[in-house]
Design a protein around this ligand. Sequence first.
Ligand SMILES: Cc1ncc(COP(=O)(O)O)c(C=O)c1O
Length: 407
Amino acid sequence: MSVTQASRTADRLRPFGTTIFAEMTRLAQQHGAINLAQGFPDFDGPAYIKDAAVRAILDGHNQYSRMFGVPEIAAAIADWWCSQTNQPIDPATQLAVTAGCTEALAAAFLGLLDPGDEVVLFEPYYDCYRAGVTMGGGVPKFVTLRPAAQIDEPHRSPAGPGAFAFDLRQLEAAFTPRTRLVILNTPHNPTGKAFSRAELELVARLCAKHDAVVVTDEVYERLTFTPELPHVRIATLPGMAERTLTLSSLGKTFSLTGWKIGWAVGSPPLIAALRSAHQFLTFCAATPLQHGAAEALANTAARDLYIADLVSQLSRERSFLSTALSELGFTVYPPDGTYFIMADHSRFGFPDDVAFCRHLTAEVGVAAIPPSVFYSNPADGARLARFAFCKQHTTMQQAVERLARLK
Ligand SMILES: Cc1ncc(COP(=O)(O)O)c(C=O)c1O
């Protein structure tokens, strides 16, 4: 192979290849499949937010913004945060606006980790966590979320009615004197798990014991469906505000995933660490879209109406898809939040999830994600497939009609 054809990718990134989302979307396009793989809506975000961004462009808000966000969005995030947590924050030192939650995650890992620091990571994990930790020089220590029935009662985490739990022994063992960080994601992609308050208290206790920081990804904070498992922010547990960076973004809550406006909220030392990397990654997010995002959060009447409508639409599609998958013979794990359903495909006789999802995309015409790529031991996810239900009802109907071909 000539020098120019040889891989130039750094050793630390080579194992990660291309993300599964890009791969499944390409396969879906190639076969004209309905894309229930990638987690974005096939409907548009609300006009009041888009109008605000257009106005911002026309009004000349088109240059770099302040590094941590335009004053309007900083104020809107601080209000949104305080109204939900009763924790007032100072925008000057306690938040940062980023290019999506993805950049906030990268900035958190790069800003907080030193080489060799250990990071407790629940799996299956959203794929950029593991790559980001590796880029930051950290070493992941995994805690596996499993269908609750697969964990013996005395060791099962107190998941309430949630379908997924973890083994308390594995959580304890993941913490060592080198633990620096815990990555939490609730509601959790891909399992749909909303961590119960009791589970978060266990994590908080271990963080205090080991002086660890939590980076919590809460992009699905408003998309919850199980009344007994409302969204709980670990930053609101006693003693945790000081040691938690809470990350979120506009994309999922307002169906504007392409805008990539995200943010981080936390104590001044944690935000300073994140900003120290953010200033060299992107410096600032797109200025006019920050203005649009400020309107998204600050226009409380339009905001609350939009979110309520979205949650009821998603709730209907969640039921529709769960019922259809169960009738086809999948074992469905009902999600407490997010817009994904994990289902066990064993009944169809495929060797693993990759073979099943390839068949589903190419022969059945519906794309889903094979979640084994989100586990340190791929066998843990081999019986599962992840379906997105953030689609218009007609799309979901077409997908379900095609899925019937599996019979
Ligand atoms: C858990 C989780 N975190 C972060 C993101 C990405 O967020 P953003 O588009 O704001 O970068 C996603 C998108 O699917 C996600 O599922």
